[in-house]
Ligand binder design. Sequence first.
Ligand SMILES: Cc1cc2nc3c(=O)[nH]c(=O)nc-3n(C[C@H](O)[C@H](O)[C@H](O)COP(=O)(O)OP(=O)(O)OC[C@H]3O[C@@H](n4cnc5c(N)ncnc54)[C@H](O)[C@@H]3O)c2cc1C
Length: 505
Amino acid sequence: MKNKVLIIGAGLGGLSTALRLSSKGYDVTIVEKHHQAGGRLNQIKKDGFTFDTGPSFFSMSYEFDELFNYCGMDNPLQMNELDPVYAVYFANRKNPFLIHKNLAKLAKEFEGLEENFVRKALIYLKQAKELFHDTENVVVKRNYDSLMGYGAALLSVPLKHSPLLFRSMWTELCRHFDSEEVKIIFSLVAFFLGATPFDTPAVYSLLNYTELQHDGYWNIEGGMYDIVNKMTSILEENGVKFHYGVEINTVKTGENGVQAFIDQNGKEWTADIFVCNADAAAFRGYVLNRGKFQEEKLDKMKWTLAPFTIYLGVKGKIKDLHHHTYFLGNNFREYADTIFKTSVSPEKPYYYVNVSSKSNPKCAPEGCENLFILCPVPDLRYKTSWEDKEVLADNILKDLSQRIGFDLIENRVTQTIWDPIEWRNKFNLYKGSGLGLAHDLNQVAALRPKNKDEEFNNLYYVGASTVPGTGLPIVVIGSKLVAERVLEDWAIEKQQTTPVLQEVG
Ligand SMILES: Cc1cc2nc3c(=O)[nH]c(=O)nc-3n(C[C@H](O)[C@H](O)[C@H](O)COP(=O)(O)OP(=O)(O)OC[C@H]3O[C@@H](n4cnc5c(N)ncnc54)[C@H](O)[C@@H]3O)c2cc1C
């Protein structure tokens, strides 16, 4: 029976695929380069503090329900909805804007800045809502076997949305709102996609609908790493085997596709079916040596910003800091125009701060606080040396200390910095890009690296740089799409039938 699956990578994509396939009777083994599971969704424990390394919240929480229900169980995660969804500080303003899903409450935040905010927001969000629901199942949550299939999916989207393809997100926001602050806050989602609101198509305004009306933002009781802990214990109960410290470097092929992947020590990992959770574009280049994915080609693709992250433990409780907060400067246009490419450490950085000890006191010793600071920076194509990382970290800490009235440097107990080099080396993120391939319209759906290999009929992909894309719930959707392919091609009950090589893309 051809049911042995090898998954390369124990990120959320690998874990959720393992959950789906093991629950359907496949015999799954996972090999992972790092010393523990989670990938970017990882954890650092140091000096009595616990830090989540990457994701700190997520949208579309129902995708986690779907994942566990698919496997015949209830969702074991204790998910908490955030309210306010987040807070935003501007450099020239003392108090933050608290972003609430309740539009009447949100309108109070913009009092004196945006007249008739609720009416305008309802019109803007109605359009985003329609677009979201007209595309979610038809375009996003599906596999593509050809460009024609993609064309047909696009044609089934109501024509009224098409102007949003040709306008930028910023232009669309300017059509609806007058206040610079409202426009900037609503446009922050563009940076997650790997672009700026000035060059992101307005179709992505649907993300404002997901954060402000649809399902909001959520985090996990006990810390985000609880997702990984819960998933790995269920997987172990399902008999899934984990091997850490194993990095796949080469492939061994035969008549029937991939025979084995080979690790850094020359050990061969055999299986019937292989699922790669490493970056779907870079893996094709580095491990499979595919011409279309060589470094010079990869460099021409559009990648999301790289993370510069600080994990800081301080003594003392910080009053004026919310759970999730963005700190912005007062040069938004200039920032957006230069952040993707400038090779200089930003002196007045824009950054995001999460203090999980506010809702999860166990993450820090008594009377202390743990801070996760994320500053998006250019990837390693544009800034290759990070010898100045301590300088950038201190710039951020000084700026933040001043803005919250708490001396973080004086009260620092522990500090760990991960620059883009560290992120690249730890998880094989291409040039340190934090969220993987960007979501330009020429890098989505059938135009993104596919989740079924072009050449080998027993190799599949899951994760941020394949379909549908990046972000926790989207990667979970990706695991459903790849499981669908495996189940269709290698149905256990079809025993020993050789699947026909499917033509993809
Ligand atoms: C700083 C940061 C903050 C983020 N914040 C959020 C957020 O708030 N909300 C949100 O929804 N998303 C967020 N994201 C994005 C989110 O983390 C990713 O989209 C998601 O975790 C990607 O999961 P994945 O399984 O595709 O990849 P990964 O998590 O990268 O997992 C891939 C795994 O494969 C392993 N691997 C790679 N190559 C090999 C190899 N050759 N051999 C063996 N193993 C290999 C890696 O070590 C890794 O463990 C954030 C990302 C970062 C970096």
